[in-house]
Every structure is written in C-alpha cells, then in structure tokens.
Design a protein around this ligand. Structure first.
Ligand code: OFO
Length: 174
C-alpha cells in the first residue's frame, strides 16, 4: 500500500477513535444531567464512530498496510450547556470533514483510486453528520433556556428515528 495513503488512513483511524471517545464523554455528561434521550443519541453515535474506525482498520490491513491502533487523550468531563455540547459536536464534525477531504486529496495525488473509491462512503457520511448536527443545534437554539422545551427536545431525541443502529454499513471481509 502507498505509504502516504497508509499514513493518511492511520491518521483518520486516530480521528475516528477520538470521535468515539468524544461522543462517549458527552453521552456520559448528558446522562448525569438527566438528559436520557440525548445520552442515548450520543452513546449510539459513539458506537457509530467506533464502527467508522474499525472499517478503516480492516481496509488498511486487507490492502497490505498496517493499521495503527492509537492512544487517545482524555476528553472533556464537563460541558457548559446542551447548546455547548452540540456546538462542539458540529465544530468537531467540520474538522473531521476537512480530514476526509485531505484523505481524498492524498488518494488522487498518489493515484490510489481503490482507496479513493472506499473513502467516498466517508464523504457521504460526513455530509449526513454535519446536517444532523446543524439541525439539532438549530432546535436547541430555538428552545433557548426554556426547561419545558428542553424536556420535550430530550424526549423527542429518545424516540427519534435518528437513534440509528451503530453500524449502518458492513465492514470489509465481514
Ligand atoms: Fe466518523 O463521522 Fe463523525 O466524526
């Protein structure tokens, strides 16, 4: 496997693993605030990010590269408000999108069209994740400081169809 592509893929593995930790930290915080619907959404999302990481690990190894399982920094334990959580989440996803775009760029520069094709799944996924984060953040901003609104938001999130299954795709070789 092309070394530059392999390094970029391993860098993305680290980012997906960090995303999973980040969502897990937010889920745990939401749970301690009594926001069970939000916590459920974020726990599920943490599992999704782990799936994104695993999909990359398997791809790198199956193409003759070596996937590196990263050590991770401790994510934040405290968040100011629910709006703060989803603002951070959106900013985080925007950074992940930049990283995926960089990966696409490296694949094209190195003429690695197989990896380029594989990465298109992540390009689409990032579009969805950004849109979802923006929608949720807009709703929270509309609610403002209204506790009744927050209660309904949390309940809706618990019952919503966006509580997707963790692995909305298949891993290579599985
Ligand atoms: Fe893996 O998509 Fe979010 O970070």
């Amino acid at each position: 496997m092309n070394k530059r592509v392999e390094n970029a893929l391993n860098d993305q593995i680290e980012k997906e693993a960090s995303s999973s930790q980040f969502y897990l930290a937010m889920a745990s915080w939401a749970e301690t605030q009594g926001l069970n619907g939000t916590a459920k959404f974020l726990y599920t999302h943490s599992d999704e990010e782990r799936f994104h990481m695993l999909k990359l690990v398997k791809f790198v190894n199956e193409r003759g590269g070596t996937a590196v399982v990263p050590g991770l920094d401790c994510p934040a334990k405290e968040f100011k408000t629910l709006e703060n959580v989803f603002q951070l989440l959106l900013e985080h996803e925007l950074r992940v999108t930049d990283s995926i775009n960089n990966l696409v760029d490296v694949c094209l520069q190195e003429k690695d069209y197989t990896t380029h094709n594989f990465i298109q799944w992540y390009v689409s996924e990032q579009l969805e994740e950004e849109a979802l984060a923006r929608t949720i953040l807009d709703k929270i901003k509309l609610i403002g400081g209204d506790n009744a609104g927050l209660y309904l938001f949390d309940r809706d999130l618990e019952n919503s169809s966006i509580q997707a299954e963790p692995s909305s795709g298949t891993l290579p070789g599985m």
